[in-house]
Design a protein. Sequence first.
Length: 318
Amino acid sequence: MAAELFEGQYVWHPAADDRVLAAVCVDVRAGRYRHAYEALAETRSDFALRAHRSLVIASEAAGTDLVERWLGEEPSPEAALMWARVAVQRALRAADAHDDRAEALERIALTACDRAAALDPNDPTPWVAKLAMARLHRLRDPAPQGLLTAPPGPWRLFAHILSLDPWHREAHHRFLSFFFTRHGGSVNAAWDVAAFLSQRAPADSALRLLPLVALVESYNPTQLLADRVWEQPQWRATALAIYHNWLPAATGYRFTPVLDLAYLAHALVMGQREFEARAVFTAMGPYASRMPWSAFGDPAEQLSRARRACGLPVPGPA
């Protein structure tokens, strides 16, 4: 990870400083998939990078016929994976919009995930894509021991993914989101699952951030002293532990983990630990993500407010 210095403007593109991925996105918008294949083929043994790149490419390709054309012209595990990624995005968008095509699109997505998994049984990514759709039917496997609320959920599917990659970042976030209230879960279940999963992870893992994600998800501005929650000792200690144990490890990533850094920076600022937050913002460079800032208002305004609290520059008037 080698984020650039902040030069006066935020960079919101999810490719961040993955130059290969950024170039691929330009190609995909132009209707070309050759570089997308090459960018994914080199990640066959790097599941974190494979998940990141395939998800960003899918966001560019979902509104086109690129992946169907790619799969028909040059079938490969990468083409099948991208069909699965795109099909899942379309199914979720349709379901959230209450589109009449939602059920048909979900069937297509499940077929695409199964095909991609069959072509590369060791790749957890198609299974992670399928996990993203678990909330549509509220899969209810019994929870393992160790959770106070024992929330049912897609535990079997999640366990299969962990058998392929025990610390898969996206899988953990997809699984946690199943328990969010907006997807039919509850605040207590989300906190319970976030604590359970984060405590299993190594101290220098990005998965230690899961409780901070659940905390933002549960934010309710109408509650008394809602903005003071991050100042409580347990949350301040959580953020500081992540700062000391994970932030140094993040420098070894192949791309800047903007979203994870943003959650950490936000928690530190809200917990009035501006000195540590400043270092996290510096690690982010100019790159920005909508979350967690959009949970509190306009993301650019909230990000600028947090940077000002740390004595850092913000974009000037347009």
